[in-house]
Design a protein around this ligand. Structure first.
Ligand code: SF4
Ligand code: SF4
Length: 436
């Protein structure tokens, strides 16, 4: 088990028992060409073009990039810069729905005899990215660099952020397909050992999965590991430590210790891409908090968040905030006219935690942030250097290792915006690196 971290109240019972529902296709989809880590996709459609559901509308713009597909059939109304969760903008393809849902035909494939290279190529073409929030192109993760070797695949079924239950529902309702996706990933990496990490608040899933595995014929070893409820258990580095005892070195990658980690919905999307020839155009997300009806919805990429909030009867009083993702690592959005993207894990309506009169104070050196930091950093000091724009000291103190989990900000009695400071420091250091 890793040091630091927090035991948080889960609030998962609000939506845990809600079966996945298909959310209606939007009248108009806004599909950003940059919804993944890396270079934005290049548009291959223009205003007036007719497009099919699952048709490529943006080609990968480089190696670390991903193609983008239409989630509906209809007519391209234009290409515009639109806001993304997190405040950045992206060139986006605006598509008017024709109501027909005419789709590019899928192709049935038998993955069991497929070459690893073919699997990786299908994952690339299907535009699959990490759906747990990171949005890193999955085919890049599957392309192990020369000199490194993957020894095990870890399926991340932790969903350790409070409120979110989408992955839980996917595992509960589609565990056979999820495990098939895991086996496809193992084949792509030529790996014979895998683990499924599940937090102890989802033991029912572990029972289902273990029962299923009893009758499964496979040469891959799949071990289910029930892990304590501790945030950020689902962070790649902490999951690896909890399951294998190995520590990913500072600045390193999971594959440096022989591990590759995939999220539940990502392996399901990989399975759909490889077995059925279906690209990533929809995902399951949780809508919860101050809404009339909490839900786990299967939503087309590009659906405006405002449509979903109206459907669930969200309380939109100005003193409440709309969070995209979990409450710890998610982002607040000012306007719900933002689309669902491949990495949207949830939409939560919650009260502002900083109320008027509850202002940011100077650090009182209580040390709480240091106790909870799962990366063994010294957030108080890092925060002071970031405020002073001393990027060299931020670098020396390991700001690059900060996983932006939010534990330090959460416990800080002075309400210091530590994570924001670290994100800022990282982006400034990054800019410096690029200008050299
Ligand atoms: S946000 Fe960064 S510094 Fe703060 S607790 Fe998490 S890893 Fe540590
Ligand atoms: S928790 Fe806040 S007040 Fe306490 S040492 Fe850290 S930054 Fe300072």
């Amino acid at each position: 088990m890793f040091e630091g971290g927090l035991k948080l109240i889960g609030f998962k019972e609000l939506s845990k028992e809600k079966r996945i529902e298909d959310f209606p296709a939007p009248q108009q989809a806004v599909i950003p060409l940059s919804q993944h880590t890396g270079i934005p996709a290049k548009p291959v459609v223009k205003k007036g073009d007719k497009v099919l559901k699952r048709q490529v509308i943006g080609e990968a713009g480089g190696f670390i990039s991903s193609p983008v597909h239409s989630s509906i059939s209809g007519t391209v109304k234009g290409l515009e810069n639109r806001l993304l969760p997190g405040g950045k903008t992206s060139l986006s393809v605006i598509i008017e729905n024709d109501g027909n849902d005419t789709a590019v035909e899928g192709v049935q494939n038998d993955w069991k005899n497929m070459e690893p290279g073919k699997i990786i190529s299908l994952v690339q073409q299907a535009g699959i990215v990490g759906m747990g929030g990171a949005a890193f192109p999955s085919f890049v993760k599957l392309s192990i660099p020369k000199g490194k070797k993957a020894e095990c695949v870890i399926l991340n079924g932790c969903e350790c952020e409070p409120f979110l239950t989408a992955d839980y529902r996917v595992m509960k309702e589609h565990y056979a397909e999820v495990i098939e996706g895991l086996l496809i990933v193992c084949r792509a990496l030529s790996v014979k050992q895998s683990y499924i990490g599940i937090e102890s608040n989802k033991k029912d899933i572990a029972v289902l999965v273990k029962k299923f595995l009893e009758n499964l014929q496979t040469s891959v070893s799949i071990e289910v590991r029930i892990l304590p409820e501790k945030y950020p258990q689902g962070s790649e580095k902490h999951l690896i430590k909890s399951i294998t005892g190995k520590e990913v070195p500072s600045g390193g990658l999971p594959v440096d210790v022989g591990c590759v980690v995939f999220n539940v919905q990502t392996v399901l999307a990989i399975r759909d891409a490889v077995c059925r020839g279906i690209p990533l155009t929809e995902r399951v997300l949780t809508v919860t908090g101050l809404v009339k009806t909490t839900k786990n919805l299967r939503v087309r990429i590009g659906t405006p968040i405002s449509d979903i909030l109206a459907y669930c009867g969200a309380d939109l009083r100005p003193e409440l905030k709309i969070v995209i993702g979990g409450p710890m690592m998610g982002v607040n959005i000012a306007s719900p006219e933002i689309p669902v993207i491949k990495s949207t894990t949830g939409i939560i309506i919650i009260p502002e935690e900083i109320t008027p009169g509850d202002e940011i104070q100077p650090c009182i050196r209580c040390g709480k942030c240091i106790e909870v930091c799962p990366m063994k950093l010294v957030p108080a000091e890092l925060g002071r250097y970031a405020e002073a724009k001393n990027w060299d000291m931020c670098r020396n103190l390991g700001v690059a290792d900060c996983i932006e989990c939010g534990c330090c900000s959460y416990v800080c009695p002075a309400k210091r915006p530590l994570v924001e400071l670290f994100k800022w420091a990282k982006s400034e250091i990054n800019k410096e690196g690029k200008s050299k």
